[in-house]
Design a protein around this ligand. Structure first.
Ligand code: ADP
Length: 385
């Protein structure tokens, strides 16, 4: 789960991490008033669930409150396209107005999960403010990575080693050690998948400050934090993904024309691969889960059909916990409700498969069944021509 920069900064501030003074605005008049509070000269920052805003015109230094207001008018409602948003961009609904800080140096600092070692890792680089992926590619020696022992936790001497590697000495080095240790506390307390400060800066006045912040919460731990659902900005999410979330369906929109409904994430990945193998382009990833009910299957089906890019549907279900006849009923129910005329290929196997196939054959839908994954994929690609 993502949150905005200003929300991430609020969290960091409660852990004693210095951030610039700022106000969130929902209208251009509020942008003007916030700019006045900052003394006129300030930085106007569009809040979207993506980075790379600076180069896309979403982060700008202004010198007067009127200039801030004009920029607010321009940004509100605009779809900001950055390398992280995809071509459709993300709509700006909130703007952070911040004091303009005189920056002397910029660094990169983050904590995330290293899936290979199954440990948290601290990543730091003196090349801050830039795309970290670019630094990693061009000069990997400039990136310092520290794997954290889950039993020992992050130790002050390790944080000091990183601070020194960034070229910080004296009191700045000690401030950086404290900041890193606090960042680690945020990571643990808030169950984060990522805590990123890019850039972490040294101001011309000689202070360390988090100039940008990104926090991603671990979806599996959301139930432990009652406040998290209220922090979501739904304007930043795909409508179909929001609906899928309500029914506990794992749905991700893709850019092809074949809607996919599969049970199990591994089978879903395999289905996308095999579709591609036969020349098809999946319109989505959709995992209905192991023990889905008829209602859940019906909702999943409706979500796929709401996507105007979908020209055909491929259902690939293994009936283990789930019975094939239940799945078939869900499909028939949903397809009749929304009057679906699109071609459907269902590949089912497992419990009650014959009954499931019979129900589908007698349903009157434009449906074919496939015996194997390859057979099913070939059929749906063929039906779409
Ligand atoms: P993004 O990564 O989405 O482009 P950032 O928050 O990193 O957005 O902002 C881009 C750049 O703008 C930063 O690298 C920093 O140099 C500058 N910047 C951001 N906030 C401020 C601020 N409050 N004062 C001065 N400069 C800022």
């Amino acid at each position: 789960m993502n949150i905005h920069e200003y929300q991430a900064k609020e969290i960091l501030a409660t852990y004693g991490i210095p951030i610039p003074r700022g106000r969130v605005a929902l209208t251009s008049d509020q942008v003007e008033r916030a700019a006045k509070m900052m003394g006129g000269r300030c930085v106007v920052k569009a809040q979207i669930y993506a980075g790379g805003r600076g180069k896309a015109g979403g982060v700008k230094l202004v010198h007067h409150p009127e200039q801030a207001q004009e920029l607010g008018k321009e940004l509100f409602g605009k779809r900001l396209v950055t390398p992280q948003t995809g071509p459709e961009g993300l709509k700006v609904r909130r703007i952070l107005v911040e004091e303009a800080v005189e920056i002397a140096r910029e660094f990169y600092l983050s904590l995330t999960l290293d899936r290979e070692s199954s440990r948290y890792c601290l990543i730091a680089s003196a090349e801050g403010g830039m795309e970290i992926e670019e630094v990693a590619q061009k000069s990997p020696e400039k990136i310092h990575v520290l794997n954290i022992d889950p039993y020992m936790g992050l130790r002050p001497y390790q944080a000091r080693k990183i601070a020194l590697a960034l070229g910080l000495t004296g009191s700045l080095c000690e401030d950086c050690v404290e900041l890193i240790l606090n960042l680690y506390k945020v990571m643990l307390d808030k169950d984060c998948a990522l805590v990123e400060v890019n850039p972490l800066v040294v101001t011309k006045a000689g202070w360390l400050m988090a100039m940008d912040a990104k926090i991603t919460f671990d979806d599996n731990a959301i139930y432990r934090h009652r406040e998290y659902p209220d922090m979501v900005d739904y304007s930043q999410l795909d409508t179909l993904e929001i609906n899928a979330g309500k029914y506990d369906l794992a749905y991700i929109k893709l850019h092809g024309s074949i809607g996919c409904m599969v049970n199990g994430a591994g089978l879903a990945m395999a289905t996308l691969d095999v579709l591609k193998e036969y020349g098809g382009e999946p319109a989505n990833f959709l995992d209905v889960g192991g023990g889905a009910t008829r209602e859940k299957v019906a909702e999943a089906f409706k979500i796929i059909l709401q996507d105007p890019d979908v020209k055909g549907i491929f259902v690939n279900i293994f009936g283990g916990i789930m019975r094939c006849d239940v799945i078939a009923q869900g499909i028939i129910e949903a397809a009749s409700e929304v009057q679906c005329a699109l071609p459907i290929v269902v590949r089912m196997d497992g419990s009650q498969v014959e009954e499931g196939k019979r129900l589908l054959a007698e349903s009157g839908l434009n449906v074919q069944t496939g015996d194997t994954l390859g057979d099913g994929a070939e059929k749906i690609v063929g039906m779409l021509g």
